[in-house]
Ligand binder design. Structure first.
Ligand SMILES: C[S@@+](CC[C@H](N)C(=O)[O-])C[C@H]1O[C@@H](n2cnc3c(N)ncnc32)[C@H](O)[C@@H]1O
Length: 292
């Protein structure tokens, strides 16, 4: 690992970045450097994206994905919010410690993650056996990179998926071995999103094609780019990949993602300025769908 990679590994949500942030001049310089390197790494990873592995001719008993456009969702707020409430209540029964599904949508004038998830995932429920992979299971250690609070139950969102999609096959992957415990609802795998080879191994271990892929791991553009490049080709026709908690500094990357994807996919990006979050700082959410 070269010096730049070592610094990058230390810079995101670590004690090193916390120390740097306290020194204004250094912090501004380091911040600019980090944004530039992350943007380059994202672009480099996306340039390796290959076409879908699963032929479009595979028969999937399902209608087309109905992803709301931002303007649409904002204009039609009440219906989205009602669907989001239902989705969130149902998920909360199984994964009460997963903040992305906690219902906060009744505050007027903004959208939550559940309002985006509900219309996007509703169609997948019509499939018989849905296959799901979420990267980032949630370790209950606030000091770990992208770690959760100490009352969090690792694998909480996987429990939610497993119950929301009856008969589904659910995989979870994480860098932190403390959360890699298989259960009767899901199986777990080790992965480091900063390492394309590690993601390649993960891709070979899960049972493709996948109908839903969620990236809720490290949340850096480098990690996101590697994850999209390695896993998107595993998506089934009209399957969905969701990338959560995208920092506003990188909105432009995601708003322009279409240019990196070939005609097989569509992207809808909801920047954090359109969303209301129940945590800070919160981030945008990208929905990538594969055309049927
Ligand atoms: C936000 S938590 C996931 C929360 C969970 N998906 C949920 O909805 O409740 C992020 C997880 O990403 C994992 N993570 C951090 N860096 C990673 C990396 N380089 N590769 C894979 N996972 C990583 C952390 O160990 C942590 O468990």
């Amino acid at each position: 690992m070269n010096l730049s990679d070592r610094l990058i590994a230390q810079f995101h949500q670590s004690s090193v970045s916390a120390t740097i942030r306290k020194t204004p001049g250094v912090s501004a310089m380091a911040g600019r450097w980090w944004l530039r390197v992350q943007t380059e790494k994202f672009r480099a990873a996306m340039s390796t994206l290959s076409p879908p592995q699963v032929p479009a001719s595979v028969e999937i008993p399902v209608g087309l994905v109905n992803v709301p456009a931002v303007a649409d969702a904002v204009m039609k707020m009440p219906p989205y919010i009602l669907a989001g409430e239902e989705f969130s209540d149902e998920m909360a029964e199984w994964c009460p410690t997963t903040s992305k599904f906690i219902s906060i949508t009744r505050v007027p004038g903004s959208l939550g993650y559940q309002d985006i998830y509900a219309p996007v995932l509703g169609h997948l429920r019509q499939r018989g056996a849905v296959r799901i992979l979420e990267v980032g299971m949630g370790v209950n250690d606030p000091a770990a990179a992208s770690g959760m609070g100490s009352d969090y139950i690792p694998g909480s969102s996987l429990m939610g998926w497993s119950h929301y999609f009856e008969g589904s096959e659910v995989h979870g992957a994480d860098i932190d071995e403390r959360c890699l415990i298989d259960t009767e609802w899901y199986s777990t795998h080790k992965v480091d999103q900063r390492d394309p080879a590690s993601l390649g191994t993960l891709a070979s271990l899960v049972n493709a094609p996948l109908d839903l892929i969620v990236d809720d791991g490290l949340h850096t553009p480098e990690a996101n780019g590697n994850t999209v490049a390695a896993l998107l080709p595993l998506l089934s026709p009209s399957g969905v990949m969701v990338v959560e908690d995208i920092l506003p500094e990188f909105d432009a990357l995601w708003e322009g993602l279409g240019e990196w994807l070939d005609g097989h996919y569509e992207v809808s990006y909801f920047p954090s300025r359109h969303l209301r979050h129940n945590r800070s700082p919160g981030g945008g959410i990208a929905i990538i769908t594969r055309r049927a």
